[in-house]
Design a protein around this ligand. Structure first.
Ligand SMILES: [Zn+2]
Length: 196
């Protein structure tokens, strides 16, 4: 467990690696066993779980405050004020944040314990949003590995984008109405990156 009074832990990995579950677990542990005051945030565009809640794929859930996708100086000031009474701050789906998300995290980690979760790479196999910068600032990084959906024997680090069950071969390829878009975790051998 990451039990530093202040500092940053990042939980990262591909889709279906139970990052949100690990985040909720660490927040629950801090609250239950250390008596910490905890608060969770998520971007308001992460709508899969519903409003003001984070739900992990294996069933853990917890209330979360929503933040705009684009982090401005004003949002940073609001979050800092909001967090004053809390010891531990969690942020989910961090790859979606734009603007000054790195600055926000940097401002928090000298006075709070911060646990951030987010996707490592996008479907092209490139660093997702500002996750790389955030990982660089971390005291601890926990990489989550689901098993590869294709070979079922190696650990997955990529999120493969699929259209009707087949890998998307072109960048930004449109998925037409009626076609089924999906994602699955894949290992480096089985992952098919889209070309330009
Ligand atoms: Zn594989």
């Amino acid at each position: 467990m990451f039990i530093e009074e202040i500092g940053l832990k990042v939980i990262t990995g591909p889709m279906f690696s139970e990052k949100s579950g690990e985040l909720i677990h660490s927040i629950n542990m801090a609250e239950t066993y250390e008596g910490k005051k905890v608060i969770l945030f998520k971007p308001n565009i992460a709508t899969r779980d519903g409003k003001n809640i984070i739900v992990s794929r294996t069933g853990l859930s917890r209330r979360a405050e929503e933040l705009p996708e684009f982090i401005t100086d004003e949002v940073i000031e609001n979050v800092l004020e909001n967090c004053e009474q809390y010891d531990v701050v969690g942020i989910d789906e961090t790859q979606f944040f734009k603007g000054k998300i790195v600055e926000l995290v940097q401002r928090l980690i000298f006075t709070k314990r911060v646990v951030v979760s987010g996707l490592n790479m996008d479907y092209e196999g490139k660093p997702f949003g500002k996750m790389g910068d955030i990982i660089a600032m971390a005291d601890e990084v926990q990489h989550m590995y689901p098993v590869c959906s294709k070979c079922k024997k190696r650990r997955a680090i990529f999120s493969q984008r699929l259209s009707n069950g087949k890998p998307v071969t072109k960048k930004g390829q449109t998925i037409y109405e009626g076609d089924k878009e999906s994602y699955e975790p894949r290992c480096r051998v089985c992952f098919k990156p889209p070309f330009d």
